[in-house]
Write a protein that binds this ligand. Structure first.
Ligand SMILES: [Zn+2]
Length: 49
């Protein structure tokens, strides 16, 4: 499950369907960015040395 969060207000949500919204559904102006899951963070730290 991929979560997205608003850079403006911090509202996080899971988009319905496959479309990723360009704007925050809560404040309608934030830039929406994908939040990393705990597993993704783990995977990244393993590649780092
Ligand atoms: Zn927002």
């Amino acid at each position: 499950m991929v979560k997205y969060a608003c850079d403006n207000c911090g509202y996080s949500f899971v988009p319905k369907g496959e479309r990723i919204p360009n704007m925050c559904p809560y404040c309608n102006k934030g830039k929406v960015t994908k939040q990393k899951t705990a597993q993704e963070l783990l995977d990244e730290s393993e590649y780092r040395e």
